[in-house]
Design a protein around this ligand. Structure first.
Ligand code: SAM
Length: 278
């Protein structure tokens, strides 16, 4: 029997990323049984709940309301209420709100419980035919050009498969940035996962960027990790292109040389000599 003063449980509940049949029996049961559902977009979640005949009250919990809502949810949990956190699609806390709520709950000794299910990154990875043993989930790249560049430079040396999220209207630009930073590697675009027009586009990053057709839809980019053979020789033309690209983005010569040297593991003087006449 539940004691009056027992704290509640925070359930992190997966929802479908397209196909409603991916909703699990357990997710439906938990969403019916909890006292409240914390949802990223209450209108969006309401449609899902209506489909599954769930009538649990909703609390808005998104990036904008998370400080205020977080406190409210925590108080309800402390008071013994059970709460399920859902995002618009897939797993909450994966490129979606939820992670901060988990931290708050754990800091307050509140039990957290996963209700697993659909996730775009892992669904894309398992169909990619790229290495699934070692991989890095990058999610969305940072917004500022500088932070993006720094992260991509760091990722360029990693041997494991890389998984990115991106919104449809930035896809082409991001593929071009990946090409510049990582080289022309094998990659997979996993488009509209679990939906009617699901497809996997496979090829070199340059081919994928060239052959993109509208409408784009939702997709995950999975990129092969750096191969040992990449380290053997980097053609001079390649690092000069990267240097030119950095200069065209307004980076000063010294910083561009430093960045290229780091990326290609070359001596700065070598690069300086090669670019002096540009
Ligand atoms: N929490 C979600 C999860 O567990 O996968 C991710 C949410 S994140 C805000 C949205 C991004 O996930 C999209 O921009 C896209 O990159 C990817 N995504 C979500 N649903 C997808 C789908 N059905 N097909 C392909 N990519 C999808």
């Amino acid at each position: 029997m539940k004691l009056e003063n027992t704290t509640g449980t925070l359930y992190l509940c997966a929802t479908p990323i397209g196909n409603l049949e991916d909703m699990t029996f357990r997710a439906v049961k938990i969403l019916r049984e909890v006292n409240f559902i914390a949802a990223e977009d209450t209108r969006h979640t309401r449609k899902l709940l209506t489909h599954f005949d769930i009538h649990t009250p909703l609390i808005r919990y998104d990036e904008f309301s998370k400080t205020q809502s977080g406190e409210k949810i925590l108080n309800l949990l402390r008071g013994g209420k059970n709460i399920a956190c859902v995002s618009d699609a897939g797993l909450p806390a994966i490129s979606d709100p939820g992670a901060d709520l988990v931290k708050l709950a754990v800091e307050s000794n509140i039990k957290v419980c996963p209700i697993p299910g659909a996730n775009a990154a892992l669904s894309a990875l398992i169909c990619s035919a790229l290495d699934t043993i070692k991989f890095t989930f990058v999610g969305f790249l940072p917004k500022t050009a500088k932070n993006r560049r720094e992260l991509l430079t760091e990722l360029s040396t990693r041997p494991e498969t890389l998984i990115f999220y991106e919104s449809p209207h930035h896809l082409k630009k991001t593929l071009t940035e990946l090409l510049d930073a990582l080289g022309n590697r094998n990659a997979v675009l996993a488009r509209e996962l679990t939906k009617v027009h699901e497809e996997f586009l496979r090829g070199k990053i340059s081919e994928l960027a060239e052959n993109l057709s509208e409408p784009i839809g939702e997709f995950v980019i999975v990129v092969e990790g750096k191969k040992n053979s990449d380290e053997v020789q980097t053609p001079a033309e390649n690092f000069i292109d990267v240097y030119k690209n950095l200069i065209s983005q307004g980076i000063d010569k010294k910083s561009a040389i430093r960045e290229v040297a780091k990326k290609f593991n070359l001596n700065r003087r070598e690069i300086y000599t090669a670019v002096i006449n540009l």
